[in-house]
Design a protein around this ligand. Structure first.
Ligand code: TYD
Length: 218
């Protein structure tokens, strides 16, 4: 469900997911928002998928650094799902239940877009894998950083190219489908999606995200 810039979370602690194409700046926004929440006296767990747990760190290597034969798309889907199941059980739920905010870089919408719009896996299979992994745990808010892939490519090129992962090697058309897929998720999902124009400055983006989290300006 798309929400306006007037949206404010009614829950504290909350579970927030950052989503967007590679190079959209979600990690920078995540760090800034987390620092603001901590400065306001909240306890915050910063995490990510894949790789938010010790098991997930190993799965992440298999997903992003594998140099063997190209993985089956379904095998890839199940590795993301295994990472997510461990993440939900060991990090997301325990932190929320002890009163800690959980901020994650990527969640189920990355599977719907990268494995669905990108790799072409049937949506029903993705929903089954996601449902198995999350067991009903959904974010209170998704912050989607929307950016044209052409712009994201420029940003990635200006970073250290040796750190490029297997998805960043995909062509422009792949990332265009992912971007459109995220915007589709924002419209169709029952979860609130705050869609931000990622060409704004880091300060502007953080101010909008902080507002949505109920943090006062300044
Ligand atoms: P990430 O570390 O967030 O990369 P970036 O910082 O460039 O966004 O994510 C790793 C890659 O894994 C990213 O290219 C997206 C991909 N991915 C999927 O394909 N499906 C998923 O379910 C998730 C969580 C990530």
């Amino acid at each position: 469900m798309l929400v306006s810039s007037q949206f404010t979370l009614s829950k504290s602690p909350a579970f927030i997911a950052f989503e967007g194409i590679n190079g959209c700046g979600k990690t920078t926004l995540h760090k800034r928002l987390s620092a603001k929440l901590v400065a306001s006296g909240h306890s915050v767990c910063d995490t990510r998928e894949p790789g938010g747990t010790p098991l997930g760190i190993e799965i992440r290597k298999l997903l992003l650094e594998w140099s063997g034969e190209k993985k089956s798309s379904r095998a890839e889907l199940l590795l993301f799902a295994a990472d997510r199941a461990e993440h939900v059980d060991k990090v997301i739920r325990p932190n929320l239940s002890r009163g800690t905010w959980v901020l994650t870089d990527r969640f189920i919408y990355s599977t719907i877009t990268f494995q669905g719009h990108g790799r072409g896996i049937d949506r029903q299979l993705l929903d089954q894998a996601n449902a198995l992994a999350i067991q009903g745990t959904v974010p209170d808010l998704v912050i989607l950083l929307d950016l044209a892939p052409e712009e994201a490519f420029k940003r990635i090129a200006s970073r250290n190219s040796s750190s490029r992962d297997s998805f960043e090697e995909e062509e422009l058309a792949f990332h265009t489908r992912i971007r459109d897929g995220f915007l589709e998720c924002a419209k169709e999902s029952p979860v609130p999606f705050l869609v931000l124009d990622a060409t704004q400055t880091p300060e502007e983006l953080c101010a909008e995200a902080a507002r949505a989290c109920g943090l006062s300006r300044g």
